[in-house]
Design a binder for this molecule. Structure first.
Ligand code: DND
Length: 210
């Protein structure tokens, strides 16, 4: 890991949205770009997992990567981050963050939706996540964030309203953003595409493409 004085004094903040991305959609991209705006970061790295730790994925890794690359081609604020394809499976986020920190001293802001926050205590070594990153949480289905008491207790220790902390400290904080609600999910898109006729599929894909 590089610990040069220059990079510590003026660290680069790298925003990463990890996902299964089956498929990626406007909810992922729209919310992530708004969250990036809120914390004052221009680019968002889209990081597809190799093998999801928590669900089975019925589409190939190469197909999901291709979709991420198409998103990045359509928007120069988006950059593919393919490190998880090179790491052992399943893609545990804490292990990925460690690997990223081995490569670079960048401050990492790991973006998650509120639904991921509510399940965070099921993630592998979840209480170590903030050793390596800040977590930036995007709204999902509700204006408010309403986690379980266990997550709320943890959140109370780490949440900050000061978004400048992201740029001043290397890790350890949670930011709850004011991103608008994007009521779309990969599950919904898969369900519609599975049942739609070809012409409807094209229209629906256009509606939700990034
Ligand atoms: P998902 O399968 O939820 O991704 O995985 C998200 C990340 O969590 C990936 O990097 C996983 O490897 C990691 N994870 C999950 C579970 C366990 C562990 C790690 C572990 O280490 O044990 P999706 O493609 O479904 O969604 C990507 C992100 O976008 C999620 O955080 C989701 O909440 C969010 N999202 C939205 N945010 C705002 N508005 C919407 C959204 N739709 C999805 N409409």
């Amino acid at each position: 890991m590089s610990l040069s004085g220059a990079s510590r004094a003026n660290p680069t903040v790298k925003a990463i949205l990890g996902g299964t991305f089956n498929p990626p959609h406007k909810g992922h991209i729209g919310a992530a770009l708004k969250a990036a705006d809120e914390i004052g970061v221009n680019h968002v790295h889209l990081m597809p997992c190799k093998l999801a730790p928590h669900k089975s994925v019925g589409v190939s890794e190469s197909h999901r990567v291709k979709m991420i690359e198409l998103c990045a081609q359509n928007n120069d604020r988006l950059i593919p981050e393919l490190i998880e394809l090179t790491l052992p499976s399943p893609s545990y986020t804490v292990k990925t963050l460690r690997a990223l920190k081995e490569k670079s001293d960048d401050t990492i802001c790991f973006f998650i939706g509120a639904d991921s926050l509510y399940n965070l205590n099921k993630w592998y070594e979840w209480e170590d996540l903030l050793d390596y990153c800040h977590l930036v949480v995007m709204r999902r289905d509700d204006e408010k964030f309403s986690p379980s008491p266990a997550i709320q207790a943890w959140l109370d220790c780490h949440v900050t309203n000061d978004k400048n902390v992201i740029h001043a400290k290397p890790a350890g904080h949670v930011v709850l953003t004011n991103t608008p609600l994007f009521s779309v999910s990969s599950t919904e898109i898969r369900d519609v595409l599975a049942s739609a006729a070809t012409s409807e599929k094209v229209g629906y894909a256009k509606q939700f493409k990034c």
